[in-house]
Design a binder for this molecule. Sequence first.
Ligand code: ARG
Length: 497
Amino acid sequence: MSEDNKIAGVLWGGRFEGGPSKSLEDISRSWHFDIRLAKYDISGSIAHARALSSVGILHVDEFETIERELKVIGDEVLKGSLVPSSGDEDVHGFLERILIERVGVETGGKLRAGRSRNDQIAAIIRMYLLDSEVLIRKYVVLMLEAIEEQATKAFTGINKKPVVMPGRTHLQHAQPVLLTHHLLAHGWALLRDLERLTDWKKRAKYSTYGASALAGDSLGLDENAIAKELGFLNLEPNSIDATASRDIVAEFSFILSLIAVNLSRFAEEIILWNTKEFDFIKLDDAYSTGSSIMPQKKNPDISELTRGKSGRIIGNFTGLLTTLKGLPLAYNRDLQEDKEPVFDSVDQLLLILPAFAGQLKTAQFNYKKMHLTAAGGFALATDIANWLVKRGVPFRIAHELTGECVQLCEERQLTDASDGFGEDYDLKHLSDSDFERILGGALKKYSISEEVCFAAGVREVLSIEGSVASRSSFSGTAPSSVSKQLINFIKKVNDFR
Ligand code: ARG
């Protein structure tokens, strides 16, 4: 290979007779995506050069020249005035080529001593991810703030009282819950994702410098000093693992997938709530789109794109795991394929998070419709069953008897247009004598209390307010519980701010 080629951004030309084929160059090239690591590569090179000067491999003035020039190169790459050329292979080779062009091979050519691209890339991908983590965290917090704002508003949303909505299982009406409670459910999931990121950082802050190609460095470089300069807290204990593993990248990618999945579930609800049939939410014009053909339309594109992009982010994660599966130790070139997917996950999430947070913050919930439909679909049936249980009736029997009440409503098509449901049948339309007939026998048999007119008692739990107030367990939907939950949530969000 010609002298030109040796400093043309390909770092391995020595033993080769001819230059690489075009197809090899094409498949090998990675600078078009790993250029985003230039900043970290330069910091890594400066720290490495300092270690080389400490052991006398670089003279002090050589080190200073390299440090100064690398910083200039870094600025130019950042500004975009310096870009790789097609003969360059990766960001490492490109930066070294430019350095040697500018300071000469006598000085610049010494930089590669004592390290390999294998330990270099393993370290700098971690540096990049640690910086990305800061950004992702910031935007997840933005999202949590939007949840906090809407949850707080909804707690006093109707006449200073909490807004109640239909709580669902299997997407069917199940039991009424507070809107605040429901919104916080999304919030806690995202808070756990932030905790996952915090935990991940502990493992990511290990430096791989000193691992060299795979077996370790033999020049006696101060790897602790390099790690410290680059912001790492520890050294990876095993050079083979340090260069071969990408679990740090995979774990990060997994956490991003989980954030995306959590947002996607919320997105799906917003899409449903935004339909005419639900009519639970009105999205701000600034966060919805129109249709090119149907002038009346207002579409929830942010939620749809969140749902769509979450699939792509999961794909990035599973793709990486598939790349890692079956790789023998230590470094294999396959590992170059770790970068594009994780870069894409970071990029996509940084698009999703601020858009979703804005969409939520500016959305108007239709409190009235939520409240009106909260008890629909016999959502208060469990309350009758529990009322019976509290009076000594075994739950299995209480469940059956309540089922009979529901059946009777359906048979008689007992309905009340004023409840906002039109054709929905509601337990409250059963008469006192209906209740007496269906429930009376069991109450007589098991009752531990002496209530005479129990129909009035049943009716008491057949109200939305009575139903939610009764669910006062720690995590339950009673306003007394949810108000504490909201305070705890806000405290937690503050911890992450
Ligand atoms: N560009 C490679 C990567 O991203 C780093 C270079 C290591 N290459 C090698 N032939 N040892 O993994």
